[in-house]
Design a protein around this ligand. Structure first.
Ligand code: B3K
Ligand code: ZN
Length: 893
């Protein structure tokens, strides 16, 4: 296995000043000519280099005799160049420090490109994906992010099939091809030097929706969104989101857009969510298209977030980029953080967004940090960089940025980002450079040693565990002593860890629930450290880790006695001034119940859910989050003792829902009544948080009520509601209730599914959701369901969204379905077969599915050995990609 190491980083021996491309598009034989202006890198440490190595993808065919150095043909026979291990090695370079030009011509077959990296076709549209190492599949190049070049791109294509031709930067020329009027061309110039991973090209027959944004400088930017003909009306929300994001970045970070045009193209076949190519973002269509009839509230929110995210990359990623791929979180962690704050500002209520983000972090990143693929926010090694577009790099990376902001304050953080952008504009830098800018902009806040320690967040994997004990209270002096201990658990390759810098936002409430000590930051740096709070009255309750001020697991040792724990959680749930904490206390009560195995909620817990209901009814979005059922995988991941029994967890989760439904029955029924009445009495569609909250609460109400002993009337009601709901949010929520409910009969399920199918079968995005709902149904016959979905006409085996929904839904979001059936070993075999099959076409997508095996050691021995057999079988497969190989190898290590 070949591993790339951060420690081996060397600056590039050559730089590319500019690149001229001519891309003659053809479905099966695209011809790419390039002309690079290369010069030796003056900062290269060793001797000037006499050989130039260009990266070349395996599917690229070099046209014989096409290599020209300074205009002169290079002769392979005479040893002027050769191919070796994915590199085109060119010898006999001109000596000295002069630059030279290198021309090449290669052939590609986009129609055979099923990996969706490099140049490929999505439903007849040519598009590209170059991050991380896809550019080498188009052009022989020094494919690394610290080589920044100016691009001039000429695209040539059939004029009737591909009327729209796009690339980065400004359109400088276009017209029919003089010698072949059936074909036309367009030339783009991008004035901003960029790494090749930001290159993009699109050619297709697309509709264009245009708008404009006027910058702080008063100069307008033309905004265009390109979609399939007929989808124009579904771009409105994406366009609004883009304009909001542009304005927000000017106001919040002082970042102004730097070209006169900004393009977005939506395609159906895309491995990830979207890509921030300079001035030509390419999106998975699910993050662009929305209409009130076809999109859920979550879709709308996700579109706003992803459009914002990609736009924000223009500064955090494009203008200032990464030196090497180990620094990926430099752009991704920071940009996720920017996106999270943007969404929070756009939403009425910041806590709602924080709750969703923390729930996601805990349910996806914490398990990664506790398993065989755990890696630091800045990894030390990788085999396949695509495997590191992970929740750790993204979401934990964002938490690290958030902690810096918490420590420096709003203004200090802004000074830091201003300095970072000013200092490094046009450069490819490291996470250390980011931290240095933060430190230098606020010299008096943390010492150099503190910053060095803080940077352990980049270097050490594993979720820190913190234990807090606060039983030492001096009533006379009204003084509370808090002792905090921390430990970072061992992770693969990192057996021993040092203590982190952990900001713990802490507040104190008095016995009546009034805040007596407003939020202060306890900055834990030692392995064990004590803090003293003054003016703490008797009968106080302390609230730690407000708004989740650090990505840690917190245990309150003074809560060793369950009675006290439940009482204080109930108190915080009722009184905390931070809505995030109220939700978090509710989560803890639910999790405690789930881990009692029979799922029993204590009477205190039940009462506090009833009270929370009444207290939060005017804030239905928060209330829906408080009442939302725990996910079964989260319960399994958090289970303190092993092995995990999927069936038991499923039953415990069901029991919790039933107890809540019983305790809240009349209230939940009232929610259903008012939701229907409200919708009937209203016209139009709104995304404001109260309206979204109503819909979310109705969805939760249905999912709880159908767990009651006599669920018939609720199931019937859900079916009726599904048929006549005015929004897709409610339609899909009721569909999911009917398909997922244990109590639903086969008839209920089939009826609901066919009603939905008949109505929406022409809509690929909705069919994708329809597939996912079935694949994630926690049922003992889930394997059969999934197997038959693979043969359904709505399923397209080459489409990543469909694969993620059906196989990903089953493998990664349906633990009871995957592990809980009577014959789990056939489910594992099926999954391994599917992974191998997909791996042959699209290794990146296959590797994502392979992550299902990372939790294997948490299950019973028989399941473990069944999973081991499948993993070993995959590793033996001669054609296994390094993508899947890396994941499985780590699982078995
Ligand atoms: N930067 C891209 C991800 C590219 C994935 C490459 N395998 C999307 C984003 O984070 O904005
Ligand atoms: Zn990103």
């Amino acid at each position: 296995r070949t591993v790339v190491r951060l420690a081996d980083y060397q600056p590039p021996p050559f730089l590319v000043e500019s690149i001229d491309l001519e891309i003659d598009l053809h479905e099966t034989e695209t011809k790419v000519r390039s002309r690079l202006c290369v010069r030796p890198n003056p900062t290269y440490a060793t001797e000037p280099c006499s050989t130039l190595e260009l990266d070349v993808g395996a599917t690229v065919r070099l046209v014989p005799d096409s290599l020209l150095l300074n205009g002169k043909r290079l002769d392979a026979e005479r040893g002027a160049y050769h191919m070796h291990a994915g590199k085109l090695v060119i010898r006999q370079l001109p000596s000295g420090n002069d630059g030279f030009t290198l021309e090449s011509c290669v052939l590609l077959n986009p129609s055979e490109n099923t990996a969706l990296e490099g140049l490929y076709l999505s439903k007849g549209t040519f598009c590209t994906q170059c991050e991380a190492e896809g550019f080498r599949r188009i052009v022989p190049f020094i494919d690394r992010p610290d080589v920044l070049a100016r691009y001039r791109t000429k695209i040539i294509a059939d004029a009737s099939k591909y009327p729209v031709l796009l690339s980065n930067g400004n359109l400088v020329e276009h017209g029919p091809c003089p010698r072949d009027p059936q074909r036309h061309y367009a030339i783009y110039e991008d004035p901003w030097p960029k790494p090749c991973y930001l290159f993009a090209l699109v050619a297709g027959d697309l509709a264009r929706v245009s708008d404009e944004f006027v910058r702080a400088s008063n100069r307008p930017v033309s905004l265009h969104i390109y979609v399939r003909h007929g989808d124009e009306a579904r771009t409105a929300h994406a366009m609004e989101s883009l304009k909001k994001a542009m304005l927000w970045d000017e106001k919040t970070y002082g970042r102004v857009y730097d070209l006169d045009v900004f393009n977005i193209v939506a395609v159906d076949d895309f491995n990830m969510g979207a890509m921030e190519n300079k001035s030509l973002n390419i999106f998975n269509s699910k993050y662009i298209l929305a209409s009130p009839q076809t999109a859920t509230d979550s879709d709308y929110n996700a579109i706003e977030a992803v459009v914002g995210h990609e736009y924000f990359h223009n500064w955090s990623g494009n203008r200032v980029t990464c030196r090497d791929w180990f620094q990926l979180s430099l752009k991704e962690g920071f940009t996720v953080f920017r996106e999270q704050e943007f969404s929070a500002d756009m939403r009425g209520n910041r806590a709602v967004k924080r709750i969703a983000d923390v729930a996601r972090l805990r349910s996806t990143q914490f398990p990664q940090d506790a398993g065989p693929t755990a890696h630091p926010v800045r990894p030390d090694t990788y085999e396949t960089i695509n495997n590191f577009y992970s929740v750790t790099i993204y979401e934990k990376g964002a938490e690290v940025i958030r902690m810096m902001k918490t420590l420096l304050g709003e203004q200090g953080f802004r000074r830091g980002t201003d300095l970072y952008f000013a200092r490094h504009d046009g450069e490819a830098v490291t996470c250390d450079d980011f931290v240095a800018a933060m430190a230098d902009a606020s010299p008096s806040v943390l010492s150099a040693a503190d910053w060095e320690q803080f940077k352990l967040w980049y270097a050490q994997a594993g979720t820190p565990q913190v234990w807090i004990s606060d039983s030492a209270y001096d009533a006379q002096r009204r003084e509370l002593t808090i002792v905090a201990r921390q430990r970072v658990p061992p992770t693969p390759g990192q057996p021993v860890k040092k203590p982190h810098v952990i900001p713990i936002a802490t507040g104190v409430l008095d016995a009546s629930g009034k805040e007596v000590v407003p939020t202060t930051i306890l900055c834990l740096k030692e392995a064990e450290q004590s803090f003293t709070l003054q003016n703490v009255p008797p009968g106080h309750v302390v609230s730690y880790l407000r708004h989740f001020s650090a990505p840690i697991k917190l245990t309150r040792e003074s809560w060793a006695d369950q009675e006290r724990e439940e009482r204080e959680l109930a108190f915080l749930m009722a009184h905390d001034t931070d809505d995030f904490q109220r939700w978090d206390a509710a989560q803890q009560l639910l999790l405690n119940a789930a881990h009692r195995r029979d799922g029993s909620l204590t009477p205190v817990a039940i009462t506090s859910f009833q009270r929370a209901f009444d207290a939060l009814i005017d804030d239905p979005l928060i209330l829906s989050q408080v009442l939302a059922p725990l996910s079964e995988s989260y319960v399994m991941d958090e289970q303190p003792t092993l092995p995990v029994d999927p069936e038991l967890v499923h039953k415990a989760c069901l029991s919790i829902k039933r107890q809540l439904a019983e305790a809240l029955r009349s209230r939940l029924e009232h929610v259903l009544d008012t939701a229907e009445q409200y919708e009937a009495g209203r016209s139009g569609f709104s995304l404001d948080s109260i309206e979204q909250g109503r819909r979310a609460l109705e969805a939760v109400a249905f999912s709880l009520l159908v767990t009651l002993p006599n669920p018939e009337p609720y199931l019937e009601r859900a079916l009726v509601r599904m048929r006549n709901a005015a929004t897709m949010t409610t339609m899909l929520a009721t569909l999911q209730t009917l398909v997922h409910a244990d109590a639903a009969s086969k008839e209920h399920r089939e009826q609901a599914l066919s009603v939905f199918y008949d109505r929406w079968q022409g809509d690929y995005l909705l069919m994708d959701k329809w597939l996912r709902i079935q694949a994630t149904a926690p049922r003992s016959d889930a394997l059969m369901v999934v197997q038959s979905l693979l043969h359904h006409p709505a399923y397209n085996a080459g489409n990543p969204n469909n694969i993620y929904s059906v196989l990903g839904g089953f493998a990664l979001a349906n633990p009871y379905g995957l592990h809980g059936g009577s014959n789990a070993s056939s489910a594992y075999r099926f999954l391994a077969d599917q992974i191998l099959e997909i791996d042959g076409r699209n290794p990146q997508v296959a590797a994502r599915l392979a992550n299902a095996f990372t939790k294997w050691r948490r299950f019973s021995e028989d399941r473990q050995s069944a999973m081991r057999i499948e993993m070993e079988r995959m590793l033996e497969s001669p054609k296994l990609s390094t993508d899947v190989g890396e994941v499985i190898f780590k699982c078995l290590e």
